[in-house]
Design a protein around this ligand. Structure first.
Ligand code: ZN
Length: 358
């Protein structure tokens, strides 16, 4: 029987046709480039079964575009037309990506007067109780006080402001295209960067063990307002990630000490993911001290939150040379940095949805 079938021409044609249609669909022929094995680095632990979580590819070109678009409005200083226009665009983008948006308006009491400000809160699957919070500030600094010229003019804040929000927009876009069963809140805090930095001896941006003074409280006005007026009564999330200056060339993200103290497990997991993805050099394990940033106030609202922030230098000039200068424009933004941070964050989020993060 076998012999006669092999000699039959029609049999061979049918067999070839079946092969042509079926083989491309067999899993062995289509190894997914999206698949990341969560314990791929632990080659000496064969007893632990590999947990596979599909993480969609992060699109750094799209994230770059979102930075560029925000910068195109000009400096986003609360109370200015550029700020208003960019805010409206952000609300529209998050809505276009299927998010439910809340605009939390408030008066920012800055050291130079009261300004109209708004926290923009975009909710992915607001009905789900199990949530993760992502945040960044969307305002840009009103002065270039660290520059040698035009110190009284506002800066573009391509990295300090736009990069963190771009990260959130791109993650929102990814969630819409690749849904998960996890609630995610994207909070664009306003009025983070209007702080009083006139006397560096007074502590500046370094937090003194949580004992904040009047000067410290001039920063992070949006997150301070939100922590006292949660967008939903009793709101909580498993954990939070703050993106601040996550797009510049050659960025270094050491472990921020406030995060290490209040969200040690989450910080460990994130830095482990970075090492696993091959980004260990950009996410060194050393601590860099406590930084006054929006995560301080999210932590005070009871949500353990980690700050991912570019701190390439030792103190006292810890931040990048572009920080609070007019050099903080598109020329310093690098897709590779956006890609690294994006992949670390999205790996954490998709693993959280799969129950393999914490
Ligand atoms: Zn800043």
């Amino acid at each position: 029987m076998a012999n006669s079938m092999l000699k039959n021409k029609r049999f061979w044609i049918v067999l070839l046709l079946i092969a042509a249609f079926v083989l491309p669909y067999l899993p062995i022929w289509t190894p997914s480039p999206k698949t990341i094995t969560s314990d791929s680095t632990s080659s000496n632990a064969p007893e632990k079964p590999a947990v596979q979580v599909n993480v969609p590819p992060f699109n750094a070109d799209s994230a770059y575009y979102f930075v560029e678009k925000q910068v195109s409005f000009g400096p986003r200083v609360p109370g200015t037309p550029a700020h208003k226009k960019c805010g409206a665009w952000l609300v529209g983008e998050f809505q276009r990506m299927g998010m439910t948006v809340i605009e939390q308006k408030f008066k920012a009491q800055t050291y130079f007067g009261a300004l109209d400000a708004v926290n923009i809160i975009a909710q992915y699957k607001p009905e789900l109780p199990n949530r993760v919070l992502l945040c960044a500030h969307w305002d840009s600094r009103h002065i270039g006080d660290k520059d040698s010229k035009d110190q009284d003019k506002p800066i573009l804040g391509a990295d300090d402001g736009a990069s963190g929000v771009a990260m959130m927009l791109e993650i929102a876009r990814m969630l819409q295209a690749n849904p998960i069963e996890l609630g995610v809140d994207f909070i664009c805090f306003d009025a983070e960067d209007l702080g009083d930095d006139r006397d560096p001896q007074a502590g500046g941006s370094i937090m003194n063990q949580g004992n904040d003074d009047a000067k410290t409280r001039t920063w992070c006005l949006g997150s301070q307002h939100w922590s006292r007026n949660l967008h939903k009564p009793g709101y909580s999330a498993q954990y939070g990630i703050l993106f601040d200056m996550v797009g510049s060339r050659g960025a270094v993200f050491p472990r921020e000490s406030y995060s290490a103290a209040y969200a040690p497990g989450i910080q460990n997991q994130l830095w482990n993911i970075a090492a696993e993805l091959g980004y260990g050099a950009s996410f060194p394990n050393r601590e860099i001290g406590r930084i006054t940033d929006d995560h301080v106030y999210v932590i005070r609202a009871g949500i353990p939150t980690v700050d991912i922030i570019n701190v390439p230098n030792p103190p006292p000039h810890s931040f990048g040379s572009y920080h609070h200068t007019h050099n903080d424009d598109m020329s310093i933004i690098d897709r590779n940095t956006l890609n690294m941070v994006g992949r670390v964050a999205t790996t954490a989020i998709y693993r959280t949805a799969a129950g393999t993060f914490l």
